[in-house]
Structure formats: structure tokens, C-alpha cells
Design a protein around this ligand. Sequence first.
Ligand SMILES: C[S@@+](CC[C@H](N)C(=O)[O-])C[C@H]1O[C@@H](n2cnc3c(N)ncnc32)[C@H](O)[C@@H]1O
Length: 233
Amino acid sequence: MQSVGNSRLVNHRQIARTRARYDRQANTYDFSSGIMDRLGAARWRRKLWAQAQGPRVLETGVGTGANFPYYPPHVPVTAIDLSPRLLERARLRAIREKVLVDLKVMDAQGLGFPDNTFDIVAATWVFCSVPDPVLGLMEAHRVLRPGGRLLLLEHVRAEGVLGVVMELFNPIMVRISGANMNRRTVDNVRRAGFRTIKVKPLARGLVRFIVAVADKGVAVHEANGSLEMAKED
Ligand SMILES: C[S@@+](CC[C@H](N)C(=O)[O-])C[C@H]1O[C@@H](n2cnc3c(N)ncnc32)[C@H](O)[C@@H]1O
């Protein structure tokens, strides 16, 4: 365990486990995520990236580059991931599709960028698998400029009986896929220091589109005024 910029601890064993789980999926990830995209997730990706005008954009947990088709044109994106094998696939895809992206192996829980570097930090289906999601979200907050935005698509723990079932099956799902089914990501965003947060429930509330502003002294009404959310699922 090693301490980083803030007082929370990075657990290296958990990082290694998460990396191994995603490295293992390098040959199958595009197939399984392609199914989800065809079932509707592609539409949500497009809506999220329509709000990522930059100019300085970070994608956290880029995986194999499933978001490349939706990147804003002519905006160079920096993208990081824990898994070198997924990143290698992203690298090949970026060349094939001529995408302007700077890819780096990096842990979302300890970003190697100075404070206030980015206008946008975006992530899709990532904070379900970052070992310490609050630490990762605190890092996103740190690297966002004052008034910069966090854009997230995340599946979250359901309420009621389904939530209990998710808790029961979570250990198996984590082993198989690396993703936790029981994360309360909106709460985690708040715990990481974001104060202005808008949430759009999708897929009967199982998925959330989250837009959060790194207030950092910026007048909240000003930030609120320019927040846009998707109008439909
Ligand atoms: C379910 S995949 C999503 C990939 C991609 N964002 C997408 O929409 O298809 C989760 C991704 O998060 C990455 N990840 C998990 N923990 C991470 C961490 N601590 N730092 C950086 N990336 C991480 C995994 O390697 C994997 O690429």
C-alpha cells in the first residue's frame, strides 16, 4: 500500500488484480461491449461525448477505444487505462480510425497530471471497476480546472430487492468481469468533492448519466446555468 497526494491509500494488490482481469478480456471485450452498444449504449455514449467540447479532454479507463467514434472532432484527447493489453488494442484502433488521441498506461487513482489540467474528464463504465472509486473521482476533481466537468456513464446498484440480489452476485461478477454491480456512484461523486451534480437515470435507473462540475470556487449558479442533460434515454 502506498499513499498518494491525498490521505487515501492505493492498494497495489487490488490494482494488479483489476489489471489482470481486464488484460484477460483483451480478445473478447469488443464483442461483449458491442452487444451492449447495439442494445442502446452507443446512443448514450454519443450524448455524453456531445458535451465534451474541451479543449483539454481526458478519458479515464479508455479500454479498447469504444468511445473513439464519438470523440469531438479536432479535439486532441488524452486517454488512460490500467490495462496495457486493452490499451494496445486502443492504439491499433486509433491508427486504423485516424483518431487524435494520446494513450497512456496510468491508474485513475493516481493521475500523473498537474492540478487543473483538463476542461473535461469523461469515463464510461469505469468507476464500477476502479478499486477505490472515491479516490479515482477525487483525482478527476483534482485534474479538472475550476468549472471543468466530469461526464460519466455508469451502471449503479438498484434499490429494493434487485439491489440485494446485486449485492449477492457482486463477488462473482467482479471475478468474471472486473466490474462491481453494487456501486453507488452518484454518492461517490459527491464524496469526492463535486458539489454541482446532475443525474439522468437511464435503463429504468440501472444506468446513470452524471454531469458534475469541479466547482473549486466557481459560482455554482454560473455552472448550473450552462449544464445540459440528455432530454431522452
Ligand atoms: C468496463 S471497461 C470500460 C472501457 C471503456 N470505457 C468502454 O466504455 O468500453 C472498464 C475499464 O476501466 C479500466 N480501469 C479499471 N480500473 C482502472 C484504474 N484504476 N485506472 C485506469 N483504468 C481502470 C479497465 O482497465 C477497463 O478498461
